[in-house]
Design a protein around this ligand. Structure first.
Ligand SMILES: [Zn+2]
Length: 618
C-alpha cells in the first residue's frame, strides 16, 4: 500500500468549508482505533482475538448484540442491524455530518486536520454551488421575513394571528411572506447571486420558450405565507408556502400548499420539518411525535411539545424513518382523521414497525387536527390524548372493523386480510403472537382455518428478520468467507476466489452461497459487510468474521495457515458436492428402474461409477 502520509495533500489558504477529502478520511480511518473510539460511547468486552461486544447504543437491549471488529474496522448489531465504520458510528451517535465525523474522529485519534483542499475542479464547483444555494436560501428567508412586516402582508399577518401564531413563533420558525409581485424578489436577489444560482435554487420559475430555451425567471412563491424547511443543522434548504387565496386573479383554483422543487440541496422525502429543533428532545425522550402539517408541528412545539416533526404533506418515506431511527425508537403518530390521513397513518405504521419502532396512534375527539385541537382545548388535553394513544395493533384492529363492519364470514376474512401483512411485519415473535390473538378475539374469528392462518402469520416473520436468530453456516463456509474478505493479493483469498468462481456448483444451495458468490467474483469493499447482498448473508458474514480461524483438529501447538485451511475447506466443499450428486443419482436410478427405463438406467449407472471413482480419489 502506498505511503498514506504521501497521499495526503496538505494545501493551505483556501477557505475552510464543511468538506473533507477522501484521502484524509482514509488516513483517519486507517489510524483511528475503532475499538477505542466506540469504547468511549459503549462499554466493550473482548470476545475474540479481534472482536469486541457490548450493549447496542442504537436499540434497547439487555444482552450485547453489538459487535465491533477491529481487523476490518466495522461495527455490526445482530439485533437492529445497524452497521458501518468508525465514521458512521460517530455520525449516528452524535447526529453530525460525515465531514464533521471525520474531524471528530481525527481529533480523538490525535491526527492533525489538513487545511481545505478539493480533489477536483468539479468537486470545488459543486461545493461552491451548494454553498451559494445555502446562501441564497438564507437570503430568501430574510427577504420573506422582511416582507411579512410590509403593508402588503396585512392579510397574512391577520391570518397568522387568527391561528394563534405569536410574534415569538414567527421569529422562531422564521415564517415569512412572499409578495404578489413576479419580479421584485428576482431583482432583489439578483444583485447578490448569479443567474445560474438563481435558476438552480428552485425559488424561481420560468416559462419554456418556443425555441426550447428558458424564459425570464419570476418568483415561484407569490402571495403566500412561507415556512422555511431546514436541514438537520437548521439551515434553510427549501420552502413550503401556503396560499392566502383559494383562487388566482383569473378565478382559477390554486394549490393551498406549494413546495420548493428538488434541488442540489433538497430531496423530497429525505427531510422532516422541524427535525433541526426537535432532535435533541426526541433523543432525550426516546420518542417522536409525528404530525402531517407544518402548522400542527409549530403549534405543538410552541405549546411546549418539543419532540415533534412534520412529514409536511408528502408521503412518509423509508429515508425519513431511517433518519428518525437515529434519534428514537418510539413514535406517536397523529395524522388528520380523514381518509387520506388514515391511509397515510397506516403506511407510516408499516414503515416504522419494519424499522423496529414502537408505534402508538393518537386519535383526537371531534375529528380535529392537532393544531386546532391544541388551540381549542389546550395543551393539557392534548397531552392526555398522547398518553391515551392506542398501541398500533389495537388501532389497526379497530380500523379493520371500521373498514369491514359486520359479523359475516366475508367481513371477517377481509378484516383479517387487512391485518395479516401488518402482523407479519413485526420483528418480535412474541408481539406477533399477541397481535394475532388479539385480532382473532376482537374480530370474533372462531373458524379453525382462519385462526390457523393468523397463527401462521404470527409464526413466520419475513426471512430478513427470522434469519438473525441463528447462524446456519458451518466452519467450512466461515473459513472461506474469512479468506475472501482479505486483500486481492493474499494467497488464501486468491485460492478461494479462483476455485469458487470456477465451481459455483460446490457451494450452490449453502446458506452462505449468495455472499460466497459475491465475494468470489469481486474483491471485498472497504467494509466487507457491504458485499453481502441481503441481511441474512450479512449476518453470516459478520458471524464468520467475529472469530479467528479455529485451530485445525489435532494441531494443538500450531495453527494451520489460512491458505491451508482454505485448501481443506475447498476439499470438503467438493466432497460434499460429489456426495450430494451421488445421492441424487442413486435416487434417479431407483426411479428409472421403477419405470423400466433401461437406457436412462444405463446412463445413470455410468454417471454413478464416475462419481464413485471421483470420491475414492478425492
Ligand atoms: Zn442494535
Amino acid at each position: 500500500m502506498a505511503s498514506l502520509a504521501a497521499s495526503v495533500k496538505l494545501k493551505s489558504c483556501t477557505p475552510q468549508t464543511t468538506q473533507v477529502s477522501d484521502n484524509f478520511s482514509q488516513l483517519v480511518k486507517q489510524q483511528a482505533d475503532i475499538v477505542r473510539i466506540v469504547g468511549e460511547y459503549v462499554k466493550l468486552r473482548k470476545t475474540g482475538a479481534q472482536n469486541y461486544t457490548g450493549l447496542c447504543p442504537f436499540h434497547k437491549e439487555k444482552t450485547g448484540s453489538f459487535s465491533v471488529n477491529a481487523t476490518h474496522g466495522y461495527f455490526y448489531c445482530f439485533g437492529c442491524h445497524e452497521k458501518g465504520d468508525v465514521f458512521t458510528f460517530v455520525m449516528k451517535l452524535e447526529n453530525i455530518s460525515f465531514p464533521d465525523a471525520v474531524r471528530t474522529v481525527a481529533q480523538k485519534a490525535g491526527i492533525a486536520l489538513p487545511k481545505r483542499e478539493f480533489t477536483s475542479p468539479e468537486e470545488a464547483r459543486e461545493a461552491g454551488l451548494r454553498r451559494q444555494l445555502l446562501d441564497i436560501h438564507e437570503a430568501a428567508t430574510q427577504y420573506f421575513e422582511a416582507a411579512l412586516k410590509s403593508a402588503e402582508a396585512a392579510r397574512a399577518r391577520e391570518y397568522l394571528t387568527g391561528r394563534g401564531v405569536t410574534a415569538e413563533t414567527i421569529a422562531k420558525f422564521r415564517i415569512g411572506y412572499a409578495p404578489e409581485d413576479f419580479n421584485h424578489m428576482r431583482n432583489a436577489l439578483g444583485q447578490h447571486f448569479s443567474e445560474d444560482v438563481l435558476r438552480a435554487s428552485g425559488l424561481f420559475s420560468a416559462k419554456e420558450q418556443a425555441d426550447g430555451s428558458q424564459g425570464q425567471m419570476y418568483a415561484r412563491f407569490r402571495k403566500r405565507i412561507t415556512f422555511p424547511i431546514a436541514n438537520e443543522q437548521g439551515k434553510t434548504i427549501a420552502f413550503t408556502a401556503r396560499a392566502l387565496d383559494a383562487k388566482d386573479e383569473k378565478g382559477r383554483d390554486i394549490a393551498k400548499y406549494l413546495n420548493s422543487p428538488e434541488t442540489a440541496l433538497y430531496t423530497k422525502g429525505q427531510v422532516l420539518f422541524n427535525l433541526d429543533k426537535a432532535k435533541g428532545d426526541i433523543r432525550k425522550n426516546d420518542g417522536v411525535l409525528l404530525v402531517e402539517g407544518q402548522m400542527d408541528c409549530i403549534t405543538a412545539f410552541m405549546a411546549g411539545i418539543h419532540s415533534v416533526v412534520a412529514t409536511s404533506g408528502t408521503a412518509f418515506t423509508e429515508a425519513q424513518v431511517r433518519l428518525l431511527s437515529r434519534f428514537a425508537k418510539r413514535a406517536f403518530i397523529n395524522f388528520d382523521p380523514d381518509t387520506a390521513g388514515a391511509n397515510a397513518a397506516e403506511k407510516s405504521i408499516a414503515l416504522l414497525i419494519e424499522e423496529g419502532f414502537d408505534v402508538k396512534i393518537i386519535t383526537l375527539d371531534g375529528g380535529l387536527d392537532p393544531d386546532r385541537f391544541i388551540r381549542d382545548r389546550g395543551v393539557q388535553e392534548y397531552l392526555a390524548a398522547i398518553s391515551n394513544a392506542k398501541r398500533h395493533s389495537d388501532y389497526l384492529i379497530d380500523r379493520a372493523r371500521q373498514l369491514y363492519p359486520g359479523r359475516t364470514a366475508d367481513a371477517k376474512v377481509k378484516a383479517m386480510n387487512f391485518l395479516l401483512p401488518h402482523i407479519r411485519r413485526m420483528p418480535s415473535g412474541v408481539a406477533r403472537a399477541e397481535f394475532a390473538d388479539d385480532a382473532a378475539q376482537k374480530l370474533g374469528i372462531d373458524s379453525a382455518i382462519l385462526r390457523q392462518e393468523l397463527r401462521q402469520a404470527a409464526a413466520q416473520r419475513s426471512e430478513s428478520v427470522r434469519s438473525h436468530q441463528h447462524d446456519p453456516a458451518n466452519e467450512t463456509e466461515r473459513i472461506l468467507l474469512r479468506a475472501l474478505v482479505l486483500n486481492d493479493d493474499d494467497p488464501a483469498r486468491a485460492l478461494a476466489a479462483a476455485r469458487l468462481s470456477e465451481h459455483p456448483e460446490w457451494y450452490d444451495g449453502l446458506p452462505s452461497s449468495a455472499v460466497l458468490e459475491a465475494l468470489a467474483l469481486t474483491p471485498a469493499p472497504a467494509n466487507p459487510l457491504d458485499a453481502a447482498p441481503d441481511q441474512a448473508s450479512r449476518i453470516l458474514l459478520a458471524r464468520a468474521l467475529e472469530h479467528p480461524p479455529e485451530p485445525a483438529e489435532g494441531a494443538v501447538t500450531q495453527t494451520a495457515s489460512l491458505a491451508e485451511q482454505v485448501e481443506d475447506a475447498l476439499h470438503t466443499l467438493k466432497r460434499r458436492h460429489l456426495e450430494r450428486k451421488q445421492r441424487e443419482t442413486r435416487m434417479l436410478m431407483a426411479e428409472a428402474e421403477r419405470r423400466g427405463d433401461e437406457p436412462m438406467l444405463a446412463k445413470l449407472t455410468q454417471e454413478k461409477l464416475l462419481l464413485d471413482r471421483q470420491l475414492r480419489e478425492h
